[in-house]
Design a protein around this ligand. Structure first.
Ligand code: NAP
Ligand code: ZN
Ligand code: ZN
Length: 347
């Protein structure tokens, strides 16, 4: 057993607080990782506060993990002790279904095993995430990370990065396409970076006027989505829109901005069931496509792409003790553009 320091949510209404527990002993195909950095995703807040229902406590959130390999099981072939590695949103899946066999483990027929707030497949308990000093993960779900990049800024790639890279690739975003990104947050700013890097003409659709400068610095145009006139002018103007909004919103208003065959790629996960007008859909033959993170193979491809193109997240490094204040700031949109926890703060 491996003694681990962490921060956990103990109920949906109380602040996260210190928590100690044991990680499992390293099995033959496991990698034991000392966690250096963990990004703070809005999904952590949704689940810590039980906004999606079914939360299990105590819950150690965190699924944007970067660390060093401390030890490996006897059958591990992909990783060596001392190597820099990452762990994202899933730590297991059935490994035999159609989707697991075609590198789409995130759509496992039995449901993927989340890095936290999920049941271990062997019935040994609840998975616990990266707001912690150690983690033990089967090697199939561990990613290689190039040491050339700033590791603390790499951590958010493990969720915010792959969650936006995957649908942009699926939609075939390429040079000259007109792409809009709804919500300039952790996911949104990565969507902008990838779409710009793929050669698209990118516009940020934001509710926050003060983000205009940042959008432009990322290589995008800026439009205030709360301004009716602006939205009217943008009608039928985009080939692809990425919806990375964390709160309830009107989907139809954004659908109307899609050109012929346009695609609304939904990654944001607010609770409310959206109302969508079929008239908005049949106009211009528009479609709505949902997307969940990405498979392990595509996550590695994304990390390698980022290393080759020098793409990382814009981050603010915090100590573990600052997590509750960070959640409040995230809700106010006061983060540029991802909090990352330095786990040295609870070693
Ligand atoms: P975040 O950093 O908090 O960013 C969310 C952004 O949404 C904000 O910056 C804000 O952008 C916009 N927003 C907030 N409240 C709004 C409102 N009332 N109306 C319109 N826009 C609003 O969150 P994140 O970590 O990027 O996560 C975004 C969403 O993606 C979350 O729901 C998360 O759970 C989900 N997610 C999904 C997946 C997946 O696999 N599909 C993976 C990870 C996360 P502006 O200020 O620019 O308007
Ligand atoms: Zn996430
Ligand atoms: Zn499966």
């Amino acid at each position: 057993m491996i003694a681990t320091n962490a921060y956990a949510a103990f109920t949906n209404t109380t602040p996260l607080a210190p928590f100690s527990f044991n990680r499992r002993a390293v099995k033959e195909d496991d990698v034991h990782i000392e966690i250096l950095f963990c990004g703070v995703c809005h999904s952590d807040l949704h689940q810590a506060r039980n906004e999606w229902g079914g939360s299990q406590y105590p819950m150690v959130p965190g699924h944007e993990i970067v660390g060093k390999v401390v030890s490996i099981g006897s059958a591990v072939s992909k990783f060596k002790v001392g190597q820099t590695v990452g762990v994202g949103v899933m730590v297991d899946s059935c490994r035999v279904c159609r989707n697991c066999n075609r590198d789409l483990e995130q759509y496992c027929a039995e449901g993927m095993t989340g890095t936290y707030n999920a049941q271990e497949r062997d019935g040994s308990g609840i998975t616990q995430g990266g707001y912690s000093t150690q983690i033990v993960v089967n090697e199939r779900y561990v990613l290689s990370i190039a040491d050339s990049l700033d590791l603390k800024a790499v951590a958010p790639l493990l969720c915010a990065g792959i969650t936006t890279y995957s649908p942009l690739r699926y939609a075939g975003v390429t040079k000259g396409m007109k792409v809009a990104v709804m919500g300039l947050g952790g996911l949104g700013h990565m969507a902008v970076k990838f779409a710009v890097s793929f050669g698209a003409e990118v516009t940020v659709l934001s509710t926050s006027a003060h983000k205009q400068k940042d959008a432009e610095a990322l290589g995008a145009k800026f439009a205030l989505s709360t301004d009716k006139e602006t939205m009217e002018k943008l009608k039928s103007g985009f080939d692809v829109i990425v919806d990375a909004i964390s709160a309830n919103h009107d989907y139809s208003a954004y659908l109307d901005l899609l050109d012929t065959n346009g695609k609304l790629l939904v990654v944001g996960l607010p609770m409310e069931t959206p109302k969508v007008s079929p008239f908005s859909l049949i106009t211009n033959r528009r479609s709505i496509i949902g997307s969940c993170i990405g498979g392990i193979k595509e996550t590695q491809e994304m990390l390698d792409y980022c290393a080759a193109h020098n793409i990382v997240s814009d981050i603010e490094l915090i100590n573990m003790q600052d997590i509750n204040a960070a959640y409040e700031r995230m809700l106010k949109g006061d983060v540029k553009y991802r909090f990352v926890i330095d786990l040295a703060s609870i070693k």
